[in-house]
Design a binder for this molecule. Structure first.
Ligand code: PEP
Ligand code: MN
Length: 286
């Protein structure tokens, strides 16, 4: 890790806190819990997700509108319409939103709507994109590449930091290995290592690691026990009908139960899960 400068801890207490909205931050005592579908499909879907998660200690929403699909024939995302849905739901429920940016040409548009710009695994070493995100005025959630070493991951963060954006959140989401039973292999050793060598918040995506919904909660709890600063989990009102990543999507009930079960682990290791936001007065009128 000799060449990294800005991403590395200067001493054991050096820890960055990244503010993702006026009230939500990651890297401090409070865990960041993010939930939402793989893909934004329509307004009703996102309303259902947000209304349920807002009162269940989930602080932020996820949902892709530009999707990096393996096949060019699969649904590629709603684009600008999806951004409008995310922003409308964010404003209504007071939850910041995270969505993926795949190209430099999308940065300005996405940054105008979203609170956090996600760099997907397939783009972790898209150095021109990383440099451009260094100039964006929004935090970046950088996901680990499918087969990236810890050093390559840290150096990718270094690209964003060295181009001017100090607000980088690392996300371990599993790496490719020989076993096809799980979609990827969650590398909790990397979480621990990243927490030791960098000052950046580190969150875990158990959904893309597991690829199977029945494994997601265990991995999420293990991630929190291991010291992750948060989790980002795919969930959907009708998981089997998800347009992408259906097999790994949790139901909203299971997502709420997962958050509850994480609370006890958080307490045991000196972390906390912030209380649910109070339902906004206008929601009572719905
Ligand atoms: C996603 O978050 O839906 C996604 C495509 O993740 P990853 O880049 O980790 O595969
Ligand atoms: Mn997905």
């Amino acid at each position: 890790m000799q060449k990294a400068k800005l991403a590395l801890k200067t001493d054991v207490s050096h820890q960055s806190i990244v503010q993702i909205s006026d009230t939500v931050a990651v890297g401090g005592r409070d865990l960041l819990i993010v939930g939402g579908p793989c893909t934004v499909e329509n307004r009703a879907q996102m309303e259902t997700v947000a209304s349920r998660l807002a009162i269940a200690s989930v602080q932020a929403l996820r949902g892709g509108v530009y999707k990096p699909r393996t096949s060019p024939y699969d649904f590629q995302g709603l684009g600008i319409e999806g951004l409008e849905i995310l922003a409308a739901v964010r404003d209504r429920y007071g939850m910041p939103v995270i969505t993926e940016v795949m190209a430099i040409s999308q940065i300005e548009e996405i940054a105008a709507y979203a609170d956090v710009l996600q760099v997907g695994s397939r783009n972790m070493q898209n150095f021109d994109l990383l440099k451009a995100l260094g100039q964006a005025h929004k935090p970046v959630l950088l996901k680990r590449g499918l087969a990236a070493t810890i050093e390559e991951f840290v150096m990718a963060a270094e690209y964003i930091l060295s181009h001017g954006n100090p607000n980088v959140i690392l996300c371990e989401r599993g790496i490719r290995s020989f076993d096809t039973y799980t979609r990827n292999v969650l590398d909790l050793g990397a979480v621990s290592a990243l927490k030791q060598i960098t000052h950046l918040p580190v969150i875990v995506d158990p959904s893309h690691a597991a690829g199977k919904r029945e494994l997601v909660a265990d991995l999420a709890r293990a991630a929190v026990a291991c010291g992750a600063d948060g989790i980002i989990v795919e969930c959907h009102p009708e998981p089997e009908k998800s347009v992408s990543d259906a097999r790994q999507a949790l139901s909203l009930d299971d997502m709420v139960a997962l958050v509850q079960s994480v609370k006890a682990i958080a307490t045991a290791i000196g972390r906390s899960v912030p209380s649910a936001i109070e339902p906004l007065p206008q929601l009572a009128l719905l």
